[in-house]
Design a protein around this ligand. Sequence first.
Ligand SMILES: Nc1ncnc2c1ncn2[C@@H]1O[C@H](COP(=O)(O)OP(=O)(O)OP(=O)(O)O)[C@@H](O)[C@H]1O
Ligand SMILES: [Mg+2]
Length: 461
Amino acid sequence: MAKILVIDDDTSIAESLDLYLTEEGHQVFTALTGTDGLNAYVKNNPDLVILDIRLPDIDGFTVLEDLREEDENVKVIMITAFHDMDSTIKAMKSGAFDYIHKPINIEELDMAISKALKSLEMERKISALLNEPSRSFKVGDIVGNSKEMQEIFKTIGVVSQSRTTVLIEGESGTGKELIAKVIHSNTSPDEPYIAVNCSAIVETLLESELFGHEKGSFTGAITRKLGKFELARYGTVFLDEISEMSLNLQAKLLRVLQEMEFERVGGKDRIRVNARIIAATNKDLKTLVKEGKFRDDLYYRLNIVSIRIPPLRERREDIPLLVDYLLAKINRDLHKRVIGVSDEMMEIFMKYRWPGNVRELENLLIRAVVVAKGQVLTRSDFPELSEEAPKTEKEKDVVDDLGEPGRLYTLDEIEERYIRKVLKENPHKNKGELCEILGISRPTFERKLEKYGIEIGGHNT
Ligand SMILES: Nc1ncnc2c1ncn2[C@@H]1O[C@H](COP(=O)(O)OP(=O)(O)OP(=O)(O)O)[C@@H](O)[C@H]1O
Ligand SMILES: [Mg+2]
């Protein structure tokens, strides 16, 4: 239901519009002159105005001008005479939303009204998003209405009241760092938040990055340097991609976590750790523990509280909300006014696999907003999005053999699966031939068989 103001001096038109629109469920006000119309507008603040051009006192264009002075975005549908092309053009140029011809055709009227109301609704939606108090849009806000995300919000609330170590697990782009930052800003907002990517730095450097070093402790250590644990003070150290840490350094980190004290590299002083530690991984640490690549004692130390963020494809109900949220953010950053995605596009989003999770969604939307012509993003704004993951039969084959299409695998898992596949499909080939297929040497082949515990039976000798 909308509030509609009809300004027309022809009483029969005003009355029949009143009747019709009321029947359609709208609240209708009528005015027979321009002055009355303007007064009625100010008094009733309607959503939509239907305005005749020819009025006894002020002409419709002036009324339109005055209305737009009241509200720049006012939705006005002008009633123009059928053959009067000039005034139709003039109406549109002066900011009318649409026009209908006299004599009024109901279909034309309905269409113009529903277009105007839809546009109004979208404008209101976007301005609500844009003007929402900054709190709900500050960096670090997480949205999600899925059960899983609601649980995560609760956990964040609980851990923010303590300083326990937290392990965040989730595929790439699911929001691990975002959650780490939110926990930090809920726990110790005025202290430093320091992120360390454990995969980006070579082992020796990582050690001094974390714990610092004394002057002269190794070649290149020309001054004393404080490590992240010290620099973070009472804040947070975020250890990203913890699975990539060498076993050697894992042992050192374990000691630090047990004693909450450490020494700088090459130093003697015991330094207390006050910072809260949050670790993140996109690999399954439990599996790595089983494979001997991650220390189980460190795993248990880190895993005091764990937050497992499900991939986006397992909580698709979050997608519409994320689209709204991300578009509002992107609009602000890029000074754009994109309102949403088309129904067709949303349907595709709801089915897509999202291997890159929320980050992939965000990147797609950014690119689309940059190139989009309209206010609503449509299929053609997303040229790089491929709808079905496995398209050709061949691709499908590989995906089926190498695991479920929905899941992401480590390279090791894929390697193991692939070796098993080759063995299964070539039961009569000998090891030399198998090495050739796989493109590896005999010793490498043997090592991999052992690594994955693959038994060669039957004819493969
Ligand atoms: N629930 C969410 N609500 C709002 N934004 C989100 C949400 N989840 C992720 N994002 C956004 O998606 C992007 C990726 O998130 P983030 O960097 O935290 O992922 P990640 O899990 O650390 O990824 P990676 O493993 O690749 O480092 C960020 O821009 C983040 O703000
Ligand atoms: Mg990250």
